[in-house]
Design a protein around this ligand. Structure first.
Ligand code: SAM
Length: 359
């Protein structure tokens, strides 16, 4: 079993299979583009399977395939099939922008993947195009409907809160949950590495006192000077739609808090950068270039690719990983402090681009 120094059981792996992506979301990649990782440095399928196998023997049970855009990697379905065969892996799911999903949906359903998370930050065709720098929304909307219709067990829509998210979007997303078994998750944007352009400036949401309350009544804006709290704003639109209640059942593996309208088939969740939620963190990440990361906000890495390429024996790798995992920071604040040797004010900026770390 993988346990860190704060007694958190680590059983969930975010496995990023590529840094390549067929979209260029403004909050994820800078407008000038990023330097792609040399293909020689990207883990081969064989290496991914070896790493996943080792981690499964150490206690990883659930794997989420991500990227970059995971469906843009050639042979991805074969890889997922192979991962599914790893004895101790009980749950495999995927996060995708949905552009290529219709092409692979049948096969993903047959594997079967437990869940598909689809990113969609606006329901407006033009705004979607703007945020993704060119994406065609109809492909994504079809992919969401088709995923539900084919019978994927869990379909979630990830909505990063950008300045372009407006009341019409919120109404539209809420309406989707009324008649479809879909979980909409509003995600607080993290400050991207290297800055952002206007439309993707991170807007701080709120801090909550703890997951146990499962209520946002005590929301307080982190930056009152902004005079606008996007989460409060979403709640006030929801209030106009109708009665909703907090959902106490756990939906998925992530740190989201969920709400449901009366008689709705789906739910609305919030993923907020609150350090209290870090005490529930059960995950590590495998980057496409073969390192294990312990927290999105920390750039400390264990280079499992090097060990595999140098033919280290699995027992030695496991011993090193067990030691490395003990260094998992208590929370995102500690992650940032950890690397902040001169004790400057904590800067909650991602240390790397999301497409490289794996979202
Ligand atoms: N290409 C796939 C997709 O679009 O879902 C998978 C990779 S993407 C990096 C995974 C998730 O990370 C997406 O839901 C995306 O919206 C989210 N993400 C990327 N950059 C982010 C940021 N700066 N803040 C919050 N979420 C972000």
């Amino acid at each position: 079993m993988l346990i860190d120094s704060f007694n958190r059981k680590i059983d969930y792996l975010r496995l990023s299979v590529t840094d390549r992506c067929n979209l260029r979301c403004t909050y994820c990649m800078p407008s000038g583009g990023i330097k792609l990782i040399d293909r020689k440095e990207i883990l081969t399928f064989e290496e991914i399977l070896k790493a996943a196998g080792i981690l499964s023997e150490m206690g990883i049970r659930k794997i989420r395939i991500t990227g970059g855009e995971p469906l843009a990697r050639e042979g991805i379905i074969d890889l997922i099939k192979q991962i599914k065969k790893i004895e101790k892996i009980t749950d495999i799911s995927i996060t995708t922008n949905g552009i290529l999903l219709n092409k692979y949906l049948d096969e993903l359903y047959k594997i079967p993947v437990q869940g598909i998370n689809i990113s969609l930050d606006s329901l407006d065709r033009q705004k979607y195009k703007e945020i993704t720098r060119g994406g065609e929304i109809n492909q994504v909307l079809d992919a969401i409907s088709n995923s539900i219709n084919i019978g994927i067990k869990s379909v979630k829509v990830n909505v990063v809160i950008t300045k372009l998210l407006d009341e019409k979007d919120i109404n539209g997303f809420a309406a989707m949950t009324l008649d479809k078994p879909v979980h909409i998750r509003f995600i607080e944007m993290m400050q991207p590495a290297g800055g952002s352009d206007g439309s993707s400036e991170a807007i701080e949401c709120s801090s909550i006192s703890g997951i146990n309350s499962l209520e946002f009544n005590n929301l307080r804006p982190v930056s009152p000077s902004q005079g606008f709290n996007p989460v409060d704003n979403i709640f006030s639109v929801m209030k106009k739609i109708g009665k909703y209640h907090a959902v106490n059942d756990k939906i998925g593996n992530g740190p989201a808090l969920y709400y449901k309208f009366k008689k709705a088939r789906g739910s609305i969740g919030f993923i907020i950068n609150d350090k209290n939620l870090c005490s529930y963190c059960n995950r590590v990440r495998l980057t496409p270039y073969g390192t294990i990361r312990l927290c999105l906000f920390s750039d400390k890495e264990y280079d499992i690719k090097k060990k595999i390429r140098d033919n280290y024996c699995a027992a030695d790798i496991k011993a090193e990983i067990a030691e490395f995992v003990k260094a998992k920071p208590q929370n995102r604040e500690e992650s940032c402090r950890y690397d902040n040797k001169d004790k400057a004010p904590i800067n909650f900026k991602l240390k790397d681009f999301m497409n490289r770390i794996g979202g």
